[in-house]
Design a protein around this ligand. Structure first.
Ligand code: FES
Length: 123
């Protein structure tokens, strides 16, 4: 099966007290809610895949997800945003208030502790 869109949702977990991680801030719940909603919709089953992943890079802005093939990044997403995100996955507009373009070029994430095994490293 070849999906038209693939959503990677950061579910990275880290110990409390250090750099924030998406999993502990709602990323795990967000990923599960997206998977359930996609599975519920006949127009998205087999068309969109939702996969949990390790750190995507902009940890301080999470929970984060990225949608391919477009390469659209969304940040600060929660379960409350699932309907809007799924609307986008079904052909609607990108949720503008969640869109992350890394425009400031600095997420204060310069410690390079790439402990996640995810491709692409941290930004
Ligand atoms: S922990 Fe989610 S982007 Fe780094």
């Amino acid at each position: 099966m070849r999906y038209q869109r693939h959503v990677f949702v950061c579910t990275q977990e880290r110990p409390a007290g250090g750099k924030p991680s998406c999993g502990g801030r709602g990323g795990v719940a967000l990923c599960g809610a997206l998977q359930r909603e996609v599975a519920r919709r006949d127009d998205l089953v087999g068309v969109v895949a939702v996969t949990p992943c390790g750190c995507l890079g902009p940890c301080f802005d999470g929970p984060n997800l990225v949608v391919y093939p477009e390469g659209v990044w969304l940040a600060g997403a929660t379960e409350a945003d699932v309907a809007e995100i799924v609307g986008y996955l079904a052909g609607g507009p990108v949720p503008a208030r969640l869109r992350w373009d890394g425009a400031d070029g600095d997420d204060d994430d310069d410690d390079d502790d790439d402990d996640d095994g995810a491709g692409g490293g941290e930004r």
